[in-house]
Design a binder for this molecule. Structure first.
Ligand SMILES: *Cc1c(COP(=O)(O)O)cnc(C)c1O
Length: 429
């Protein structure tokens, strides 16, 4: 006789209990298998990370930090959270890590709670120039509660103008300066930001969400020695669980305020299955293979950039130092929304994205943001990304043709995408 609140509660598989959700998950798995995914904020986690995230840890709650919990029965989850913290510190070379933030936006909010009072001035990158919503966009809590001053990028180079950042810092005396964004393809000069922050006695937050995997794998400079605090998602190029990390280099008092800002400031119990997923992905990122993956991400991003340029497309800043690139469609007869729809019909997923000084509204845009992390994880190398670059250009070139011709091109590329993705299966069943 089976125990539980009803027969099958502990044993019946999802497909028996909820065929509708099971069918949608199966369809999503097939979709992931069959598309060339260039969405920069996505990646494919290992079987091990999936398993940790789908484990019985989902049943456990705690509040507080390892060794100082409000709920009992925490001995095993304490082991897991401690491993995650130690691994994050080893990987990024910091003394303190908080691994409880449910998301990257939440991690940034914790930094604000730890460092700022409502109304304080923050200097951060404009969303339209490639910044992130949680860095002070007017529609976000950060933009509503703080006095946001934004820096942009230079109109011709597309790069951060450090002289402008310094001028704004001196004029507005921010309490916090934020470096990092979600559509800025170039390496940021962390020592320059540190110097500017020191000039005006501001704190420096560096948000490395998109390129954390490259930092972890030694393919990008590490901001930890220069920043007061570093935030990152554990997703994207870091290739792990759905959450975030907050890293503090040396300042123990600040690290304590960050911990208090997460709990009890913003969250109750951490999601322990996600904390376990973070521990696992951090252990993966500490292995030698991860350095190869990180270098491949960079090589692939540059190969894709070179192919697109060869095909006559413009890139913001003319290239990339990160997993992402931004295509500038201004001057072509196609907008970001139309381009993404055409690419999706051809089996290539990506997102429309505003370019700096974009004349189009946010739902239209004049740009595409492309990322190579997912493809690199599948095993795509320079040869594959060169092909993908040509396919992408073929689809964009066909858009102004007659609808029949455009659809025919999309169909041809779709078949090539199916053939390539079939050779790189994910999660063997
Ligand atoms: C993706 C991203 C975030 C937010 O991550 P969520 O987990 O989606 O909240 C924060 N900052 C930057 C720079 C990002 O790119």
């Amino acid at each position: 006789m089976e125990s539980g609140p009803h027969p099958g509660f502990f044993s019946a598989p999802l497909r028996a209990v909820d065929p509708d959700v099971a069918a949608a998950i199966a369809a999503e798995f097939a979709r992931q298998q069959h598309v060339v995914n260039l969405i920069a904020s996505e990646n494919i986690v290992s079987r091990a990370v999936l398993e940790a995230q789908g484990s019985v840890l989902t049943n456990k709650t705690v509040e507080g930090y390892p060794g100082r919990r409000y709920h009992s029965g925490a001995e095993h989850v304490d082991v897991i959270e401690t491993l995650a913290i130690e691994r994050a510190c080893r990987l990024f070379g910091c003394n303190f890590a908080n691994v409880q933030a449910h998301s990257g936006s939440q991690a940034n909010n914790a930094v604000f709670v730890a460092m700022l009072n409502p109304g304080d001035t923050v200097l951060s990158m404009d969303l339209n120039a490639g910044g992130h919503l949680s860095h002070g966009a007017p529609v976000n809590i950060s933009g509503k509660w703080f006095n946001i001053v934004s820096y942009g990028v230079d109109r011709t180079s597309g790069r951060i103008d450090y002289a402008e950042v310094e001028r704004l810092a001196i004029a507005h005396r921010p309490k916090l300066i934020i470096a990092g964004g979600s559509a800025y393809p170039r390496a940021i000069d962390f020592p320059a930001f540190r110097a500017i922050a020191d000039t005006v006695d501001a704190r420096l937050l560096v948000d490395i969400a998109h390129f954390a995997g490259l930092v972890a794998g030694g393919a990008h400079p590490n901001p930890v020695p220069h920043a007061d605090v570093v935030t990152t998602t554990s997703t994207k190029s870091l290739r792990g669980a759905r959450g975030a990390l907050i890293l503090v280099g040396r300042d123990a008092a600040l690290a304590k305020r960050i911990d208090q800002a997460i709990f009890p400031g913003l969250q109750g119990s951490p999601a322990l299955h996600i904390v376990a997923g973070k521990a696992v992905c951090l252990s993966e990122a500490l292995r030698p293979e991860f350095r190869q993956y990180a270098q491949s991400v960079l090589d692939n991003a540059r190969a894709l950039a070179a192919t697109l340029i060869e095909r006559g497309l413009q890139l913001i800043t003319g290239g990339t130092d990160t997993p992402l690139l931004v295509v500038d469609l201004r001057g072509r007869s196609v907008t970001g929304d139309i381009a993404t729809d055409a690419l999706e019909r051809a089996g290539i997923t990506c997102n429309k994205n505003a370019v700096p000084f974009d004349p189009e509204p946010p739902m239209v845009t004049s740009g595409l943001r492309l990322g190579v992390s997912t493809g690199t994880t599948r095993g795509f190398g320079i040869a594959e990304f060169t092909k993908i670059g040509h396919w992408l250009a073929d689809v964009l070139d066909a858009i102004p043709e007659t609808p029949d011709k455009a659809r025919a091109t999309e169909q041809q590329i779709y078949e090539k995408v199916r053939a390539m993705t079939a050779r790189y299966p994910i999660y063997p069943t």
